[in-house]
Design a protein around this ligand. Structure first.
Ligand SMILES: O=c1ccn([C@H]2C[C@H](O)[C@@H](CO)O2)c(=O)[nH]1
Length: 149
């Protein structure tokens, strides 16, 4: 299928508007493309305990899992930035997925059988870095280490 990174980045930007990030004031949005063209999004979901906060990529992939569609994941995009006065992500710095999210993306990569493309963008502007998950998480721990598949 044709993957449109800019469309996926745009979906991630829209998702970031629903970030619940009153503690860091850093809004992140993620968009996951499925094989049938569906885009599932998520935003970071912080918590007063700080450490229990959930990242945007994790929220999006948990939703994909709840839909029973982890095997259909084709690509993922993430954007983020410090919130402006209106609470909207701002800035032109590209955001990379955190380490925990890379492991969670790996679960979808294993199930889908794809070395997933990960498009990392900024809240504003055209800057983007394109990775494969294997670039972001080489020699990943996965099901094979548990003797599964
Ligand atoms: O890959 C990442 C990295 C950070 N965050 C969130 C967690 C926290 O809410 C805020 C600041 O770290 O950004 C994400 O959603 N995804």
């Amino acid at each position: 299928m044709r993957i449109d990174p800019s469309a996926l980045i745009a979906a991630a930007r829209a998702a970031a508007r629903h970030a619940h990030a009153p503690y860091s004031r850093f809004a992140v949005g993620a968009a996951v493309l499925l094989a049938d063209g569906t885009v599932v999004t998520g935003a970071n979901f912080e918590n007063a305990s700080y450490g229990l906060s959930l990242c945007a990529e994790t929220v999006a992939l948990a939703t994909v899992s709840a839909r029973g569609q982890l095997r259909e994941v084709v690509a993922l995009a993430v954007i983020g930035g410090g919130m402006d006065a209106a609470g909207v992500a701002a800035g032109t710095a590209v955001v990379n997925p955190c380490g925990r999210c890379r492991q969670i993306i790996n679960e979808a990569a294993q199930l889908s059988g794809r070395d997933l493309p990960v498009f990392c963008g900024a809240a504003e502007g055209d800057a983007m870095r394109t990775y494969k998950l294997s670039d972001l998480l080489p020699d990943a721990f996965g099901p094979k280490d548990l003797g599964i598949a």
